[in-house]
Design a protein around this ligand. Structure first.
Ligand SMILES: C[S@@+](CC[C@H](N)C(=O)[O-])C[C@H]1O[C@@H](n2cnc3c(N)ncnc32)[C@H](O)[C@@H]1O
Length: 238
């Protein structure tokens, strides 16, 4: 059984560390808000899958309906508790489980349940087949006119092995460690993670992700790709 303890160990540092580790993270969160605003969705029923401390729902909250209700899902109890704390009375359900488990996925993604589905930096640990199953279920759970927002790490092209994205990212992270913006304690916590608690890093190709979403009946666009992260917007036609 998968353990999400890696995320619980860094819950307090997560919101300040992720922007320093993933260069596309803040741009993706900002663009989510712009997308929901531009579509004038005013979503009432929202799902945040792999919510972490609630970063994505907090990012889009200004564009949500004032009476919006949010279903939060995360396998890490401390992360889920942090998200519950920020969403407060607007929590419709808080589910602490592995969202790849068929019964859990079926329960969360009942057909036509949501105006907005958020899946932000929560799928890159899993195989393409697992991602595709999750995304197909998420697509079914979106109402006509509703939106699925998928932000995540993606495979970046490395022509002739020239991995510019990987090198620039590592240089940025090194600079943040040297300057102390990423504290040594955080680096030590991550480095001391026992092997059995490590989660694999399995970014997918954007063209594959677009194809899975399109085959699920959604109209897909990728308005933003930043140094190995991409924002996918997938609308369900009315
Ligand atoms: C990198 S964090 C992203 C958190 C937040 N969505 C954000 O945008 O910052 C990934 C989160 O997804 C959760 N997660 C990843 N895979 C999961 C799974 N299969 N089931 C439940 N939670 C999962 C982790 O526990 C973690 O809190």
């Amino acid at each position: 059984m998968t353990s999400f303890a890696r995320y619980d160990r860094i819950v307090d540092a997560y919101s300040t560390m992720w922007p320093l580790i993933v260069p596309g993270y803040v741009p993706c969160l900002n663009a989510m808000l712009e997308a929901v605003r531009a579509l004038d969705l005013r979503p009432r029923d929202v799902l945040d899958l792999g919510c972490g401390p609630g970063s994505a729902i907090v990012a889009v909250a200004p564009a949500c309906h004032p009476e919006a209700r949010v279903t939060l899902v995360d396998g890490a109890p401390k992360m889920l508790a942090a998200a519950q704390a920020v969403v407060g009375s607007r929590v419709a359900a808080a589910i602490c489980d592995d969202f790849r488990t068929p019964e859990v996925l079926a329960r969360i993604t009942r057909p036509l349940s949501y105006d907005l589905v958020l899946c932000s930096f929560a799928l890159h640990h899993w195989d393409d087949a697992e991602k595709r199953l999750v995304l197909e279920s998420l697509a079914r759970s979106v109402r006509p006119g509703g939106l699925l927002i998928l932000a995540d790490e993606v495979v970046a092209d490395a022509p002739a092995g020239w991995d510019v994205v990987g090198r620039v990212r590592m240089r940025m992270i090194d600079a943040n460690i040297t300057s102390g913006r990423i504290p040594k304690e955080f680096v030590a916590t991550e480095a001391a993670l026992p092997a059995e608690l490590r989660l694999p890093f399995k970014p997918s190709r954007t063209d594959e992700v677009i194809s899975w979403l399109a085959r699920s009946g959604l109209a897909v666009g990728v308005p933003l790709t930043v140094f190995g992260a991409a924002l996918h917007l997938a609308l369900k036609p009315v």
